[in-house]
Write a protein that binds this ligand. Structure first.
Ligand code: FSX
Length: 372
């Protein structure tokens, strides 16, 4: 997959042209829009609106700033074995500045950023990964002699909207963990006058990122967010809500060690410290590496990496104490209004199934070509 910065042959083309060049049929594209609209929990009829708007969309300028981070977020977003339309969206945007992906270096790179910001002032999408150190004037992280703080302030001033990718940018993450020697803060501590969407996770799921971009291309605004600034469609439920090991939890079947019989049978990892009940993300349905698996499916408990303060909260391999009682409350409340526990479980399973089906409808370009 080629992702050349500022060198797209379709500079004047639309997204429809881009799809055509990649052999995606109208029918395949409509199918993609239907599954994307479902994944984003958009109302009925949105798929057609999305198809029209996306097809006619011109390349938006995107400036991507990386600050205090490990580059895991970029790794996550660029890792894909099979091209999907989501990937094509990512290829299609005019990613005019990205430290890791751009060819330009040094002064040339900084000039490219400057030019892109001026040319699309007030209209570009600014993506940030990494926290921002502000202690001692922000001197603990600089790029081309400028502090991350001043670079963010300048770039945010001309942005239409911002996306904070990863837990570091969204909530401070690892750089902000105690004792936070550099005074690291999240993007929203600096930028107060622009819409900012958080896509937390250490790292976050790439597909969630491209879905957010698809929404921005379609409607010219960010998707609906929760009180923590996350797109509701992907962070509305906990990992626990959608986990395929959930039936074992409900039956009280827990692995007690990583190599015991319960672990081998795929029982719930709650007692091994799984933070799924208090963690909101789409890992259990979207999964990773093109829907191959996610940590719990690989036998490891969820660490809760997409929640604020997850490093300092610690206790990675210690069982939670609160959520079990919360689940008890949920079931008791359901019982009080005459809904049996079995019905609650059935409803949850039904919802999980629907969400999983929507997530699994990420179609590859090859599959779409075959259909056409
Ligand atoms: Fe943080 Fe991202 Fe974790 Fe790493 O850019 S969310 S440390 S995966 O790389 O910021």
């Amino acid at each position: 997959m080629s992702r050349e910065i500022g060198n797209n042959p379709l500079d004047n083309g639309t997204f429809a042209d881009h799809l055509e060049q990649n052999g995606v049929s109208r029918r395949g594209f409509l199918k993609f829009c239907t599954s994307m609209a479902a994944a984003l929990a958009l109302p009925a009829g949105s798929a057609e609106v999305m198809a029209e708007a996306l097809a006619a969309a011109k390349r938006p300028t995107v400036i991507w700033l990386s600050f205090q981070e490990c580059t895991g977020c970029t790794e996550s977003i660029t890792r894909s074995h099979t091209p999907t339309i989501e990937n094509l969206i990512f290829d299609y945007i005019s990613l005019d500045y990205h430290h890791t992906l751009q060819v330009a270096a040094g002064l040339q790179a900084e000039e490219a950023r400057d030019q892109a910001m001026k040319a699309a002032y007030g209209k570009y999408l600014l993506i940030v990964d990494g926290a921002i150190p502000i202690k001692d004037g922000g001197i603990y992280s600089t790029i081309a002699g400028r502090t991350n703080l001043s670079m963010l302030e300048e770039a945010a001033a001309g942005a239409a909207a911002l996306i904070s990718v990863g837990t570091c940018a969204a909530y401070g993450g690892l750089p902000m963990a105690h004792p936070n020697p550099t005074g690291a803060v999240p993007v929203t501590d600096i930028v107060k006058d622009k819409p900012v969407m958080n896509i937390p996770g250490c790292p976050p799921i790439g597909l969630v990122m491209t879905s957010a971009i698809a929404h921005f291309l379609t409607f010219g605004r960010l998707p609906e967010m929760d009180q923590l600034g996350r797109p509701k469609a992907f962070y509305g439920d906990s990992i626990h809500d959608r986990c395929y090991r959930r039936p074992f939890y409900d039956r009280g079947l827990f692995a007690k060690a990583f190599d015991d019989e319960g672990a081998r049978k795929g029982w719930c990892l709650y007692e091994l410290g799984c933070k799924g009940p208090t963690t909101h993300n789409a890992c259990a349905t979207m999964k990773w590496n093109d829907g191959t698996s996610f940590p719990i499916e690989s036998g490891h408990p969820c660490l809760g990496c997409s929640e604020p303060n997850f490093w300092d909260a610690g206790g990675f391999y210690e069982a939670l104490s609160v959520p079990q009682s919360r689940m008890g409350e949920t079931i008791l409340k359901a019982g009080a209004v005459g809904v049996g526990v079995g019905a609650v479980a059935a409803a949850l399973n039904q919802r999980n199934k629907a969400a999983t089906v929507a997530a699994q409808e990420t179609m590859t370009v090859d599959a779409l070509k075959k259909e056409s």
